[in-house]
Design a protein around this ligand. Structure first.
Ligand code: SAH
Ligand code: SF4
Length: 375
């Protein structure tokens, strides 16, 4: 932002906010040790705390029986402040989908969604309170950006989900051998993850480092979804992380994408896709293309064919998302026949395609519905 430009209301609010308190999940192993030593404690206390948090999902000093009672309060204050307070929990699908609204230390609100599938348990996390990208079909985008989350605030959403699974708060799956831990994390909640690059990549490190340095989730289980911020995509490519990249395309032509995804005015379809292919080549991971199907807006057969031509021959997978309703939006989901035809045409170009389920719609927990209201 140039200094001569007056701040918008949201930007001014953003700057006034105090930073979230430092948390163990913001720090590397060496940094945690330093904090503990500066307080005059034995360095191995840092790993004990990390073991409690990442291995046993507890930040309650009363549980730390291996740490002298006199030291617990100081260590908790220095490294394990409570970052998230649950405001509401809503469930649907007989408990297999659960949304939590969280209040952060400065009263900002964010949401995460925990979903159990037969073969995996996925948590969808927020990376920002609000979002500044302004996509007109998305509830999160309507209120603008409040602020970036810290790595600790992102990781804490996953730790809570891991704790809930561990404590049996999700009902068991019908099939034998259900997953018993969080296997997937998708950055598809509130916010544009690549607009909060440092915290998001730091959080990915904590999620994937082995216990007790992190939660030990496989990199292949992590998906970062972006509107197509090309410089940050390039940076992620060079990061040495092999997470899955999802690109929210929603239109194969610049004319329509300029409207649906305003950041397209800066980075065009061709450039976004070229960058995505480079990411895929570098990480050897299949790129996901997200495409919300909006009735009579982006679901025409010719757009399916154009998309198919752009994607064919690449290591790619298309997720078609029937548009989820958001308050005040003039758009609605495609007709089932148009959706089927769109998918059929893509498949005809040899492009793998699936239609995403509309999990969590009843609790405003589906894609694009997260607006974090208190009631
Ligand atoms: N900001 C990132 C990640 C969060 S949004 C991004 O845009 O990629 C997660 C996904 O939900 C994106 O693909 C987004 O385009 C999609 N989405 C947003 N609003 C939606 C809606 N109303 N119905 C269906 N999908 C929506
Ligand atoms: Fe932000 Fe993604 Fe919503 Fe666009 S779709 S406003 S980038 S959260």
């Amino acid at each position: 932002m140039e200094s001569s430009t007056p701040l918008t209301v949201t930007e001014a609010a953003h700057r006034r906010r105090p930073a979230p308190p430092r948390h163990l999940a913001d720090l590397t192993r060496a940094e945690r040790r330093n904090v503990v030593m500066e307080l005059g404690h034995r360095p191995f206390r840092a790993q004990q705390l990390a073991q409690h948090y990442f291995g046993r999902y507890t930040d309650d000093p009363a549980d730390w029986t291996d740490i002298p009672a006199a030291a617990r309060r100081e260590l908790a204050a220095a490294l394990l402040p409570r970052l998230l307070t649950p405001v509401r929990r809503l469930a649907c699908d007989h408990g297999a989908t659960r949304k939590t609204v969280w209040r952060l230390h400065d009263a900002a609100l964010v949401e995460s969604v925990l979903m159990r599938y037969p073969d995996r348990i996925t948590v969808c996390v927020s990376s920002q309170a609000g979002c500044g990208m302004g996509c007109p079909f998305c509830a999160t985008g309507q209120a603008g950006l409040t602020r970036n989350l810290s790595a600790g605030e992102i990781v804490a959403q996953v730790v809570d989900a891991a704790r809930a699974v561990h404590e049996g708060e999700l009902p068991p799956a019908e099939q034998a051998g259900p997953p018993r831990r969080v296997s997937n994390v998708v950055f598809m909640g509130m916010g544009e993850p690549l607009a909060n690059y440092a915290a998001v990549t730091n959080a990915v490190r904590r999620l994937t480092e082995a216990v007790p340095d992190g939660l030990g989730i496989s990199q292949r289980g992590i998906t970062v979804s972006t509107v197509g911020l090309v410089p940050a995509m390039n940076r992620l490519s060079a990061e040495g992380l092999a997470v899955t990249l999802a690109v929210s395309l929603h239109a194969p032509d610049d004319e329509l994408r300029d409207e649906l995804v305003p950041v397209n005015k800066r980075w065009k379809v061709a450039e976004v896709l070229k960058t995505a292919w480079a990411y895929g080549a570098r990480t050897r991971r299949r790129v996901s293309i997200e495409y919300a199907l909006i009735r009579d807006i982006n679901d025409q057969p010719w757009r399916a064919d154009l998309l198919g031509q752009l994607l064919r021959g690449h290591l790619v997978h298309v997720n078609l998302i029937p548009l989820n309703p958001t308050p005040g939006s003039r758009w609605t989901a495609s007709r089932p026949d148009d959706e089927r035809e769109f998918a059929r045409r893509l498949a005809g170009h040899g492009v793998p395609v699936t239609v995403r389920d509309t999990r969590g719609r009843e609790i405003d927990g589906a894609c694009g519905q997260l607006a974090a209201r208190e009631s």
